[in-house]
Design a protein around this ligand. Structure first.
Ligand code: EPU
Length: 289
């Protein structure tokens, strides 16, 4: 079966996830532009193939057996452009957050510094309303341009998107671009803000590990990390997956962990936190099966 865009059938998802875990994608496609993306979606619909869009793979645990259907990566130049008009930035879905932060710093635009240290793309960050404890990317959004799985493009204002903690209503569509509203500030202040966020993250979460960030969402009014820590689970292992000794809401790939190892730790954490606190933790990371 041939896709209407260039594709590969030997792409390991472990090459594209920050966990460095995951089997083969049945089809891996990198459309060049919006027209190719629309053609791809209509082909998938006609051939009943599931579509999943991957950004930086920073919030995904892909199973070892691999996934069926088409994995779409928006990394071509049409999806990775950034431009600005005054204090508004138009950012492509495939732009990596560190690249966005550098661009904003060069342009003297402040507001996105809190995204420092989050390894995602703009599209993924918006769909999952990524951020810190008190700020989320949704707070910066003026509007987004999305494509639904029929290839129709529409503009949605921030108010339409129902941004809540680590969530938005962007479910049956793919982000193509977002317009972010920022404020003009001196570059020295922006750089100092970035350094402050980077230090706070390094101190609480450690650095240099393979992970998908926080594994669970924080239950209302509490911290999943605190609850998991209080269960004494820091440093627990399954195969080569380990619960971080720095921050208990991080599961780390300590070498050659498999998705099954990580899933076993996820079950262990959920069981312990439920037993000790009566709280059902909800996953923040997405499991791709
Ligand atoms: N804590 C512990 N033990 C731990 C981890 C945390 O006792 O192992 C305690 C801390 O001492 C603190 C409280 O729990 O009193 C909260 O911890 P932290 O400040 O690290 O924040 P968090 O709620 O665990 C959230 C986001 C992070 C974001 C940080 C910083 C979620 C699930 N996590 O973590 O986001 O970086 O705030 O703003 O919302 C992510 O979403 O992937 C992520 C890492």
């Amino acid at each position: 079966m041939n896709l209407p865009v260039k594709y590969r059938r030997t792409e390991l998802l472990s090459k594209h996830t920050t966990f460095q875990i995951g089997g083969l994608a049945q089809y891996w496609a990198e459309p060049k532009d919006v027209a190719q993306l629309a053609r791809l979606f209509s082909w998938c619909k006609k051939n009943k193939k599931r579509v999943r869009v991957i950004g930086a793979g920073s919030n995904i645990l892909a199973v070892d057996q691999g996934v069926c259907g088409v994995v779409v990566c928006l990394n071509s130049s049409s999806f990775t452009a950034i431009s600005k008009v005054g204090r508004f930035c138009l950012v492509g879905a495939g732009v990596l957050l560190p690249a966005l932060i550098s661009y904003c710093t060069q342009q003297g635009l402040s507001g996105a510094e809190f995204l420092c240290g989050i390894p995602g793309t703009l599209g993924g960050a918006i769909a999952g309303n990524a951020g810190t404890k008190d700020k989320s990317i949704g707070d910066l959004v003026e509007f987004v341009i999305v494509m639904d799985y029929n290839g129709n493009i529409r503009k949605q204002s921030a108010a339409d998107l129902d941004f809540t903690y680590r969530n938005s209503n962007l479910k049956n569509c793919v982000v193509l671009q977002a317009c972010l509203k920022l404020v003009k500030k001196d570059k020295t202040i922006i750089r100092a803000n970035i350094a402050r966020y980077a230090l706070a993250r390094r101190m609480s979460q450690g650095k240099g590990w393979l992970s998908a960030g926080c594994c669970f969402k924080n239950p209302s009014g509490d911290s999943a990390g605190r609850l998991i820590d209080a269960c004494g689970l820091k440093g627990s292992r399954r195969g080569q997956a380990i619960i971080s000794n720095s921050h208990a809401n991080f599961i780390l790939n300590d070498g050659r962990a498999t998705a099954s190892d990580v899933l076993a730790l996820i079950r262990r954490i959920k069981r312990s936190v439920k037993k000790r606190f009566g709280i059902s933790l909800e996953l923040e990371i997405k499991i791709w099966r």
